[in-house]
Design a protein around this ligand. Structure first.
Ligand SMILES: Nc1ncnc2c1ncn2[C@@H]1O[C@H](COP(=O)(O)OP(=O)(O)OP(=O)(O)O)[C@@H](O)[C@H]1O
Ligand SMILES: [Mg+2]
Length: 139
């Protein structure tokens, strides 16, 4: 298991986090489409951290077994929390004048997506998985 923790405090940390995710996906044999999916998802979630919570942490972890390779990303903050998760997951819902596309768009990009949120503790976990067979390493 390989784990990288990236503190998210400023705009440049979003760039570092997305680049780290992309590189890990590439090194683990994910195709360019998946690399981009992961980078975009990390970018959306860490941007939300800056915008709504001010700061947080992004932890990228490799979890593999005999059959598959998984990259898990946990984005956590101690901000105000997401008041209504169902609403936040609706296309177009925003409390900040954004597009309201970040969370629902991210969910569509990844294989696993989970939100836990209460005031002071928001944890969003996503994962991409690929089978460990050679015909799937270059898609
Ligand atoms: N980490 C967070 N803490 C608190 N609230 C959040 C957090 N992330 C998202 N939200 C809430 O969920 C809403 C929807 O988030 P989403 O990323 O989908 O859209 P947005 O950030 O408003 O706009 P966009 O991402 O399209 O620029 C946000 O407007 C905000 O109210
Ligand atoms: Mg957003």
């Amino acid at each position: 298991m390989d784990e990288t923790k990236i503190p998210i405090k400023a705009e440049n940390d979003v760039v570092i986090a997305r680049g780290t995710g992309r590189r890990m996906a590439r090194d683990l044999g994910f195709g360019t489409a998946d690399q981009t999916r992961l980078a975009t998802a990390i970018s959306e979630l860490t941007r939300n951290v800056l915008r709504y919570a001010g700061e947080g942490v992004c932890t990228i972890t490799e979890k593999s077994n005999d059959d598959s390779v998984t990259i898990n990303v946990l984005v956590e903050d101690h901000g105000p929390g997401i008041e209504d998760i169902d609403k936040a997951m609706t296309d177009g819902f925003t409390t900040s004048g954004g597009l309201g596309a970040g969370l629902p768009g991210t969910k569509r990009l990844v294989h696993e997506f989970n939100i836990e949120s209460r005031p002071g503790a928001t944890r969003i976990s996503i994962a991409l998985t690929r089978p460990k067979t050679s015909e799937h390493t270059c898609t």
